[in-house]
Design a protein around this ligand. Structure first.
Ligand code: ADP
Ligand code: MG
Length: 709
């Protein structure tokens, strides 16, 4: 150990100090780090390695195979620099690495600057690591290898971390910075579980961070790579501990928060109920009662309505909105897409036309002049109910008599969106809706601060969607079913995971473009339209309308249609490249059919070469129609993973934990939080001070309530 680091360890470093306190970080590097949200020493050590280089298993040059991640030890020969074919100004560097048996492996650098070529340690013994591939002449090579000099006097690091860094900062320099920070870090970190309640199985936070940034030579590198090491788990529990305390505080605050009492005698709601062409389900009635009770109270409502696709959430939302309106207030309904916002307005009009509620719609498509008019109507209170998208929370919208803010498909929104919506009227009641199947026990610990209403039972008279898994890449089976259904006056969705093929294999039916080439021939004259992110948004609604009204028989689309689209005559959906979707997402997609009384079918067609495990997962969907069961089966089969894809992760202030993966840790953190609250209910003790600041940091992220699901 050098003198510098031993003297470093004497002076203790406050984790809250600015990153520039660390030697190696000047104003320029600090500025690029700030763009990444790294301001303090703590921020820096919380940037975890994205990968690890394991130098322990050294292979022979002769035995490495293409595709392998290999480490080869040998002596590096001269670097030959040539102009690159096709772009003579760029240089290609090549060198041979010769191992102790005399076999050699080629090392290649594309576009290598002279300065870098000169710095390559020629004639020295090195370890070279990277993915082995085959050069044009058939020689095995590693492109852009990571090199480690084998010096006699220094023990090699067994495993080195690899970070995702701004290009101005190199891996080695960053490692040195982190190393210095970790050696000097004080033991108490913001948000750490206090020692007196920390279970022995959870190592202290600083120790965990050290193990993650400087792995021990004998550690299990796969656990580190998957983020499943004890140290990663410790980070997650600590974070969840803060999260649970934040929820508890928020819960206490919400209980005190003054709200609006929407408690006039029912008029519109009674008329809606009487005019419905069907009876409300028992679950809908219970949810409506719970919401009505909350809305009547002078405290603020924070409630989440959880219901599987097709369970009838929209109608419950309309009752809530009418309750606000009949009490003399305004309501807003925010949806993630303009398609959905427009559909809500249309549905509202079909159920509530006789009620003469003054409605409006505010999406990005509304021209500026109309927008001004709507804004004036909202400000004056003449518009009682507005449907919209993000456009609702972009500047300028004022809704002075707002009593109810509703968010449909709430998991599609981020925390900031919700915070902004809340800003429209801080006292307004809030109702969130989600189709994400959140297990009961999880909901209990996560939504302690929220009322939860569930629509467990859908409208009667539905036949479950028959789900059929077809052979990989097969078009014929689904096409025949589509022809069949259309012949009976029904319509079909066809879904693909992307718009065009990534590789040149345009014959694979996994893209909209591929399908549009091949499907129409198989569908013999059916009217086929396509809908995806590259279609102009004004055009999108027109296409969807034509499909809804039966002017198109088949809609080939991306997951744009995943949320909420309601076309009761659609009786078949075929999902191509089905293995590329999460189960929960497929369940959502499947929910686009089977919405009327007609029996419906869902075809799942995996892509050619799909992982057999993915195929097994598709089988789950064929066996159950219940969203909760889909979620549970998926968990059991592949272990807790990111069930809902990555989309949701942005919605929560959680970096190290996943609500679905870490169910056990959530329970553990809940009981730790309860123990701490029993000891210090108001978090005023000296030991609670760092916890407070961690909570504040979390709340500052815009997290206020219900940022879950
Ligand atoms: P989701 O919960 O997925 O948003 P929707 O609210 O869109 O579901 O409802 C799905 C379909 O069920 C709609 O066509 C709606 O009109 C219909 N629906 C809602 N409630 C009932 C009910 N009580 N009886 C029969 N059909 C209903
Ligand atoms: Mg819906």
């Amino acid at each position: 150990m050098s003198l510098a680091s031993s003297s470093d360890s004497v002076s203790q470093l406050d984790p809250a100090s600015p990153i520039e306190t660390l030697s190696g970080i000047g104003p320029k590097r600090a500025a690029v780090l700030a763009q990444r949200g790294i301001f303090t020493v703590l921020d820096a050590v919380l940037l975890l390695p994205v990968r690890y280089q394991d130098w322990r298993c050294i292979q022979k040059a002769a035995t490495v195979c293409p595709g392998m991640d290999a480490v080869v030890e040998g002596t590096l020969g001269r670097v030959f620099v040539h102009p690159m074919a096709g772009s003579p100004r760029r240089k290609l560097g090549r060198a041979a690495l010769v191992d102790s048996s005399g076999a050699s492996l080629r090392l290649v650098w594309f576009n290598i600057p002279a300065r870098m070529a000169a710095a390559i340690p020629v004639n020295r013994r090195v370890l070279a690591a990277g993915r082995v591939s085959v050069d044009r002449d058939g020689a095995k090579q590693i492109v852009h290898p990571r090199l480690l000099l084998c010096s006699e006097d220094r023990a090699l690091p067994a495993i080195s971390p690899v970070y995702r860094l701004p290009k101005q900062i190199g891996q080695k320099a960053w490692f040195a910075v982190i190393n210095r920070a970790l050696s000097r870090m004080t033991a108490t970190l913001c948000g750490a579980i206090p020692d007196q309640i920390r279970p022995p199985a959870i190592p202290p936070l600083v120790q965990s961070l050290r193990a993650i940034h400087r792995p021990a030579p004998d550690c299990d590198v796969d656990e580190l790579r998957n983020g499943r090491s004890d140290s990663h788990r410790a980070l997650a529990v600590n974070e969840l501990f803060t999260f649970q305390l934040a929820i508890s505080l928020e819960c206490a605050r919400a209980k005190r928060r003054a709200g609006i009492a929407a408690n006039a005698t029912p008029s519109l709601t009674t008329r809606l109920k009487a005019s419905l062409p069907f009876a409300l389900t028992a679950a809908q009635q219970t949810a409506i009662d719970e919401i009505t009770r909350d809305m009547a109270s002078p405290r603020q409502m924070n409630r989440i309505l959880i219901g599987d696709v097709g369970s009838g959430k929209t109608l419950v939302a309309f009752f809530a909105a009418l309750r606000a309106i009949e009490s003399g207030y305004q309501a807003v309904v925010m949806a993630p897409t303009s398609l959905l916002a427009e559909q809500h307005l249309r549905t509202f009009n079909s159920f509530c036309a006789a009620l003469t509620v003054r409605t409006a719609i505010l999406t990005a498509h509304v021209p500026a002049s109309a927008r001004r008019e709507i804004q004036a109507g909202l400000a004056a209170g003449t518009i009682q109910l507005v449907f919209g998208t993000h456009a609702l929370i972009r500047g300028g919208v004022r809704v002075p008599r707002l009593a109810l803010a509703l968010i449909d498909e709430q998991h599609r929104f981020g925390v900031f969106d919700r915070a902004l919506l809340k800003n429209l009227a801080p006292a307004a009641d809030m109702l969130l809706m989600t189709a994400t199947p959140i297990p009961r026990s999880l909901a209990l610990s996560l939504f302690a601060h929220l009322g939860v209403s569930r629509l467990d039972q859908g409208p009667p008279g539905r036949t479950p969607v028959e789900t059929i898994v077809r052979p990989a890449g097969e078009l014929g089976g689904a096409a025949a079913a589509i022809r069949d259904e259309v012949a009976q006056g029904n319509r079909a969705f066809v879904i693909a995971p992307r718009i065009s093929e990534e590789d040149d294999n345009e014959m694979a039916p996994d893209s909209i473009e591929g399908l549009m080439l091949k499907l129409p021939g198989l569908l013999g004259g059916l009217r086929v339209g396509s809908l995806h992110g590259r279609v102009e948004s004004s055009e999108r609604d027109a296409i969807l309308r034509r499909f809804r009204d039966g002017l198109l028989d088949v809609l080939v689309a991306t997951t744009l249609v995943e949320v909420g689209i309601d076309v009761p005559d659609a009786t078949v959906i075929a999902v191509f490249g089905a293995d590329r979707f999460g189960l929960a997402q497929l369940h959502q997609l499947r929910g686009r059919v089977g919405r009327g009384s007609k029996p419906s079918r869902c075809f799942l067609v995996p892509s050619v070469g799909a992982d057999p495990k993915a195929l097994e997962r598709l089988g789950i969907l064929a066996h159950t129609a219940d969203g909760n069961e889909v979620a549970a089966a998926d968990l059991a089969l592949r272990g807790p993973g990111d069930l809902f894809g990555t989309r949701q992760s942005g919605a929560l202030p959680l970096r190290f934990s996943s609500l679905m993966r870490d169910v056990k840790l959530i329970e553990e953190s809940r009981s730790l939080a309860d123990r701490w609250l029993a000891y210090d209910p108001k978090l005023v003790s000296a030991q609670s001070r760092p916890i407070r600041s961690a909570i504040d940091a979390m709340l500052q992220l815009g997290f206020s309530m219900a940022d879950v699901g």
